[in-house]
Structure formats: C-alpha cells, structure tokens
Ligand binder design. Structure first.
Ligand code: G3D
Ligand code: MG
Length: 193
C-alpha cells in the first residue's frame, strides 16, 4: 500500500527536468537574465540587486518551475577562454538561449555562433536602451547563417533583462519547443542521476 501511495505521490509531484544553456558574449546580460527569470517565476526568490551582479567567473546556475516543468539554467559566462566548454554542455542540453546586447552594434557579428538540433531562442536584450537594434535588425544577421541553424525551432525575441519585459514570452516559447522536441531529447529526471 505504501509503495502504491508513494508511487502515486511521486507521479503527482514529479517534474520533467530540462537543461537550458544560456550563452552569449560577455556583457550581453546573461546573468541579469537569469536573475530576472528567477525573480519572475520563483515566488519566494527576492533576487539580487542588479548593481551587485559582477562579471561571471566560472558559471551561474539556477532553476525555475513552471507547472510540471523544471528548467535548469546554465549561464556559462562569455569569456572567450570558456567558449571551448560550450560544446561539452551543449551535448547534454535541451535548448539554448543566446543573448545578444542589442545596443552593441560592433559586436553583433561576433555573436553569429551557431548550434545544431535543439531549440534555439535568441534574445535581443537591452531593448530599454534608446536607439538599440530591434528584432527587425537583429534577425537578419542571424538569418545569414540559416543554413547552419538548420531544421530546428528558432526564434528571435526582444527583451530587457533589466526591466523584465519579454521574459515570460520567451520562457513560454522555450517550454513549448522543448516539449515538441521531447522524443529526441527526453527530460532528465532525478532518477537518471
Ligand atoms: P553577462 O552575464 O552576459 O556578462 P551581465 O552580463 O548580466 O553581467 O550584464 C552586463 C551589463 O549589462 C550590466 O551593466 C547589466 O546591468 C547590463 N544589462 C543587462 N541587461 C540589461 C538590459 O536589459 N538593459 C540594460 N540597459 N542593461 C542591461 P553594468 O553597468 O553593471 O556592467
Ligand atoms: Mg555574467
């Protein structure tokens, strides 16, 4: 009886866990995005003051729960020495969020890295900065690499990690895409570890 109830309890409470890689050049707003998402989705999370966010050495992790889905975010930091680690984490992940600083026209070209297979959400961050590049400007730059982006769910969305605008829409898109892709990359549940 206990096992039956325990099994039922586990069925009710178990969440599907997915890993989401947060990539982007340094200063794009990755850490701010992670903090902002946690503040929005985790009721009791109070967040750290944006002015206290310092350059990420190593990486930051964080997770958010949305209904029966748990997203584990990995913000690997953008320093070029660490970019060699991206591939390793990439093979284990269910989706990639790539954050670009829309106010940094000079480095937009450097941002055109590509990844294959899993859903890719490109966030055009810092939309609160006047005269930044909008989605209309950012999208064509990544579309030049459409042949590398290949057959996958791919979206460019505008956000401001600082004000939180656009975060919810991005997470919603991400979860829908991960769930569409679940036959190819099933969730990693606690029992798998
Ligand atoms: P990173 O983790 O990708 O390196 P951070 O980037 O999250 O550390 O952010 C780098 C700088 O960009 C920070 O400013 C941060 O406040 C700012 N930033 C992040 N997101 C936004 C945004 O949406 N709008 C604006 N205006 N600024 C943003 P500082 O001055 O602390 O270096
Ligand atoms: Mg950082």
């Amino acid at each position: 009886m206990y096992t039956l109830l325990y099994g039922f309890y586990k069925y009710l409470t178990q969440k599907d866990e997915f890993c989401v890689l947060i990539l982007g050049l340094d200063n794009a707003g990755k850490t701010t995005y992670l903090e902002s998402s946690k503040t929005k989705f985790n009721k009791n999370y109070r967040g750290i003051n944006p002015s206290k966010i310092t350059t990420t050495v190593g990486f930051n992790v964080g997770s958010i729960d949305v209904d029966r889905v748990s997203l584990n975010f990995w913000d690997l930091g953008g320093q070029s020495e660490l970019q060699s680690l991206w591939d390793k984490y990439y093979s284990e992940c269910h989706a990639v969020i790539y954050i670009v600083d829309s106010s940094d026209r000079d480095r937009m070209d450097e941002s055109k890295r590509t990844f294959a297979g899993i859903p890719l959400l490109i966030l055009a961050n810092k939309q609160d900065i006047p005269d930044c590049m909008g989605v209309r400007d950012v999208k064509p730059i990544f579309n030049q690499n459409a042949h590398l982006i290949g057959r996958r769910d791919f979206m460019v969305m505008p956000i401001s990690a600082l004000t939180g605008d656009g975060i919810n829409e991005g997470i919603k898109w991400l979860i829908e895409s991960i769930q569409r892709n679940v036959d190819i990359r099933p969730p990693k549940n606690v029992e798998d570890y």
